[in-house]
Design a protein around this ligand. Structure first.
Ligand SMILES: NC(=O)c1ccc[n+]([C@@H]2O[C@H](COP(=O)([O-])OP(=O)(O)OC[C@H]3O[C@@H](n4cnc5c(N)ncnc54)[C@H](OP(=O)(O)O)[C@@H]3O)[C@@H](O)[C@H]2O)c1
Length: 294
């Protein structure tokens, strides 16, 4: 990977999303540029679906390193790129575009960012007992697809997908069906999950986002988990969701999604610049009042 020289002319990076104005990403990436001593900038731009192709073609300018892509464009952007990394292809969604010499490559740093956040949190044997216990993924949207990839491919665990709309959980699990694979993704309603075999629950649904009393999982199921299990909520606003509160009340460890947010940004910054800026730089940039969204 080429590491940018501090003498490089100003380099531009973007977030394309709708909405974009309250994103936390600019403060993280600007802190990273400053830490790396690079003359770079990061702008959050509101891009409507009808304008996505024009915005993406603008990334081919010589002074652009790349962009983050967020809701609602993570899947639509795939068709506008020259190439995909294996992770982005498998997940079917792109959160990071890398520009090199006029070519645009789509990557997905949500899955490895989640994995790194779980390792950092010491969650459920990640890193030392990777094959212990199954993972429950709550949700069936883009974040859930990244979570299933992280659980099946990076953690090497069996996965149960639980979603409010069950047919979407079945579609997600079916996309990973490979009878000869070491680990399987299966769709389940919560009542049919073997909870005492589960050591990690990942909330990849948007339940709880800006809704402190909303939860994707009845608290009764949390009491059926082994006490060594960890609940990882991708939601980070509020900092403690109802799911986290009820998990802690059941004696379990619970983490919010700030670690993942910082790790996916760290990995995106690394693909653009070649600089491995410590995750603490990104976390410190987030350590201001939680009144903004990604
Ligand atoms: N921490 C991070 O770095 C990070 C990164 C990516 C995403 N996220 C978070 O992950 C969440 C999901 O993002 P996404 O892109 O996957 O969104 P999405 O594609 O819109 O999917 C939303 C999912 O949440 C489910 N859902 C929504 N409201 C619900 C409720 N009240 N109860 C139960 N399930 C509900 C939906 O179920 P149905 O199928 O029934 O509609 C769907 O499965 C968001 O909160 C996002 O902020 C965090």
């Amino acid at each position: 990977m080429t590491v940018l020289d501090p003498a490089t002319p100003p380099c531009r990076t973007y977030l394309f999303a709708d909405p974009a104005s309250h994103s936390l990403s600019p403060r993280m990436h600007r802190a990273a540029f400053a830490h790396a001593g690079l003359a770079g900038d990061y702008q959050a731009v509101r891009v409507l679906p009808a304008d996505l192709a024009t915005a993406v073609s603008g990334l081919r300018r010589p002074d652009v390193l790349g962009a983050n892509i967020s809701l609602p464009h993570k899947e639509a952007v795939v068709a506008l790129l020259d190439d995909l990394t294996p992770a982005a292809r498998a997940i079917g969604a792109v959160n990071t575009v890398i520009h090199r010499d006029g070519r645009l490559t789509g990557d997905n740093t949500d899955a490895p960012g989640l994995f790194d956040a779980l390792v950092e949190a010491g969650a459920a044997g990640v890193g030392d007992r990777p094959r212990d216990g199954a993972v429950v993924v709550l949700g069936a949207g883009g974040a859930a697809r990244a979570a299933v990839y992280a659980a099946l491919i990076l953690l090497e665990r069996d996965v149960y997908v639980v979603n409010r709309t069950h047919v979407r959980a079945e579609e997600l699990a079916a996309a990973w069906a490979a009878p000869d694979a070491d680990h399987q993704a299966r769709a389940r309603v919560a009542a049919d999950v073997p909870w005492d075999d589960v050591t990690l629950v990942i909330n990849a649904s948007s339940a709880g986002l800006d809704a402190p009393e909303q939860t994707p999982l009845d608290a009764a199921y949390l009491t059926r988990l082994p006490l060594s299990a960890v609940v990882y909520d991708m939601v980070y606003r509020p900092a403690q969701t109802r799911l986290m509160r009820e998990a802690r009340a059941a004696g379990l460890r619970a983490e919010n999604g700030l670690g993942m947010l910082a790790q996916q940004a760290r990995l995106a910054f690394q693909t653009w610049t070649g600089c491995d800026v410590p995750v603490s730089v990104f976390l410190n940039a987030l350590a201001t009042p939680q009144d903004e969204a990604r």
